[in-house]
Ligand binder design. Structure first.
Ligand SMILES: NC(=O)c1ccc[n+]([C@@H]2O[C@H](COP(=O)([O-])OP(=O)(O)OC[C@H]3O[C@@H](n4cnc5c(N)ncnc54)[C@H](OP(=O)(O)O)[C@@H]3O)[C@@H](O)[C@H]2O)c1
Length: 265
């Protein structure tokens, strides 16, 4: 989709010197898209470092000030407030991409407000995170349009074929979060025959092959890494191509296994 780069860097739980080093390595190696969220608590740090030319995706929760503390709250007014807070922290307006972080009661109203905020020019692209076909259809019925973006857990063991096909049919751009299932699936993928063959034939690593598979599907993967070598490795995926048969062989690994939002300890 126009304005959305083919790959980005996920910034969940990165702060301070680690965040600074990751952003430096990413900017040097050519990343232009960065994914954060109100919940990650690092929008302000990111806003202070990234050049205005970069593309930032953030995710909002509604916020309501009770006079004593901020409460998570999902109504139209609090959505608007959340967007302006994010813009202030990120030091950019319009914000490139804003997503509703979760499914919650009242999400159609919240999305309607986000659409209004977009029409006022405060956000370029709007969307949702971890929504299914049912919720995307509800938004369409209520607001007359589908979201621009849907962020989904996507990796070879959870490739969400129904919802990604629905997104493709309806012009919804897919951002692939947790493309390595928080790193947990990389050893197992390395033992899959298709990955062993591809590592041998392309000289690329398993993470690079997963990211290339996402990109060829038209999804934007946002791998997270705090390791400068991995950050550089993950963007070196534009000098080779997977064949249709190789893409299908990776698709066939799907077993609808979600690894959740965080690493379960
Ligand atoms: N919308 C949502 O609800 C939601 C939920 C989860 C995540 N997200 C977004 O998606 C981003 C990525 O997802 P994620 O954080 O769950 O995990 P992920 O990207 O699937 O995996 C990250 C893990 O993989 C490792 N890794 C990265 N590149 C590697 C490489 N080339 N070789 C070996 N290991 C490598 C990292 O370790 P090193 O640091 O050592 O490289 C890290 O442990 C998040 O940062 C966030 O922006 C969104």
């Amino acid at each position: 989709m126009e304005g959305i780069p083919q790959i980005g860097l996920g910034l969940f739980s990165l702060h301070g010197a680690a965040l600074e080093a990751a952003l430096k390595a990413a900017l040097e190696s050519g990343y232009t898209l960065f994914d954060t969220a109100y919940k990650y608590g690092n929008e302000k740090e990111i806003g202070a470092i990234l050049p205005p030319s970069s593309t930032v995706c953030t995710k909002i929760l509604g916020l309501q000030y009770t006079g004593r503390k901020w409460l998570l709250h999902f109504d139209r007014q609090s959505i608007r407030k959340s967007v302006s807070q994010a813009a202030r922290k990120l030091q950019r307006s319009p914000i490139d991409i804003v997503l509703l972080h979760h499914i919650f009661r009242g999400y159609p109203d919240a999305f309607a407000e986000l659409l209004e905020v977009q029409r006022e020019g405060l956000v370029k692209r709007i969307g949702v995170s971890s929504y299914g076909i049912k919720q995307l259809e509800t938004i369409r019925r209520k607001c007359g349009v589908y979201p621009d973006v849907c962020m989904l857990e996507i990796h070879p063991y959870h490739s969400s074929p129904e919802v990604t096909a629905f997104c493709a049919q309806n012009g919804i751009h897919v951002m692939a979060r947790s493309p390595f299932a928080h790193g947990q699936i990389l050893p197992e993928l390395g033992r899959e025959r298709i990955f062993q063959e591809l590592v041998a034939s392309t000289g690329k690593s398993v993470p690079q092959l997963v990211l290339r598979w996402c990109i060829q599907h038209g999804w934007t993967p946002i791998p997270r890494s705090a390791d400068e070598r991995h950050i550089r490795e993950n963007i070196a995926v534009f000098d080779f191509e997977l064949s249709a048969g190789e893409m299908q062989a990776i698709d066939a690994l799907n077993r609808d296994q979600s690894y959740g939002v965080f690493i379960k300890k």
